[in-house]
Design a protein around this ligand. Structure first.
Ligand code: DX5
Ligand code: ZN
Length: 215
């Protein structure tokens, strides 16, 4: 049984309340909130006012994925915007250990995301401090991209490291997730499946979420 985190990036922002309420009544375990700054990634998504609007209507835990440079500048703002899980990118944090401790001190669960080219081994010294590791299975910046096959291998290796350490962080996979790759992702060790376009472009998002959870 996988947990599912639909990505609100694929929602209709002109009907954000409607789409958040649709997720509230679904079996979704989290709402995944993608924040892009136009610097770390070549796209801008939205900022605090929109995040607060999501929080106002959501009854699900909010899983924030920060694709921004120097995220340590805004940790408190994201806590105030309702983040339950706060995930920063390894590639955006020279002082990752400090950033992770600050996230935890602010009362949130701390996660680290890895771009497709970043080896999971680079997290070996910090894994036991984390609640979540997010494996990017596309290059971050846009929804609707093609899944990168090498992601299975990274998840498998990370799951092995987790077992060796006896750690209990969750493994989340994000990008191009759909019903053809979900099963293998879970078999390789993924716990949380993020899905944007596959959920929101489907004719029955509730059924799509329920089907993904069955993996
Ligand atoms: C990409 C984002 C993803 C994206 C997933 O940079 O981090 O969360 O919304 O969208 P799909 O599922 O359409 O690839
Ligand atoms: Zn994301």
């Amino acid at each position: 049984m996988a947990a599912v985190a639909p990505s609100i990036l694929a929602a209709d922002f002109a009907n954000l309340q409607r789409d958040v309420e649709m997720l509230n009544t679904s079996e979704a375990d989290y709402i995944h909130v993608d924040i892009m700054d136009g610097v770390f990634v070549p796209n801008i998504s939205f900022g605090f006012p929109v995040a607060q609007a999501i929080k106002r209507y959501s009854t699900k835990p909010l899983d924030f994925h920060l694709m921004i440079e120097k995220p340590e500048r805004y940790l408190e703002n994201f806590r105030d915007a309702g983040a339950d899980i706060l995930t920063v990118h390894y590639e955006a944090c020279p002082h990752l250990h400090r950033t992770i401790q600050l996230i935890k001190e602010l009362g949130m669960q701390a996660g680290v995301a890895l771009n497709p080219h970043t080896p999971v081994e680079l997290l070996s010294e910090i894994l036991s401090d984390l609640s979540l590791v997010l494996i990017m299975s596309v290059n971050p910046g846009f929804g609707g991209q093609k899944f990168i096959e090498n992601s299975y291998r990274k998840i498998y290796k990370l799951n092995y490291m987790r077992e060796e350490l006896g750690a209990d962080f969750k493994i989340e996979v994000d990008g191009g997730v759909n019903n053809t790759n979900a099963r293998s992702l879970v078999e390789n060790g993924a716990d949380i499946l993020v899905a944007g376009s596959f959920v929101f472009n489907s004719s029955d998002p509730h059924a799509t979420i329920a089907a993904l959870r069955k993996n």
